[in-house]
Design a protein around this ligand. Sequence first.
Ligand SMILES: [Zn+2]
Length: 69
Amino acid sequence: MTARERVAAFLLAHQTRRLCDECLAREVGIDPSTAYRAAVKAGRSGGFIREYGVCSDCGESRLVTCASR
Ligand SMILES: [Zn+2]
């Protein structure tokens, strides 16, 4: 699976969670720069939203990615 597919699969399996790139990287098991690129691609491909919000894991207000419903 590519990093983008792993990020997409994780977000779809956890639809209520909105994660920043760092937490996404930790959850998916990839490095943060890869997670950033994967999240940007997921956001552009549709089905996912990238916006400023509070991360479900670290509680920081930053750019987060989540599955759109
Ligand atoms: Zn976070």
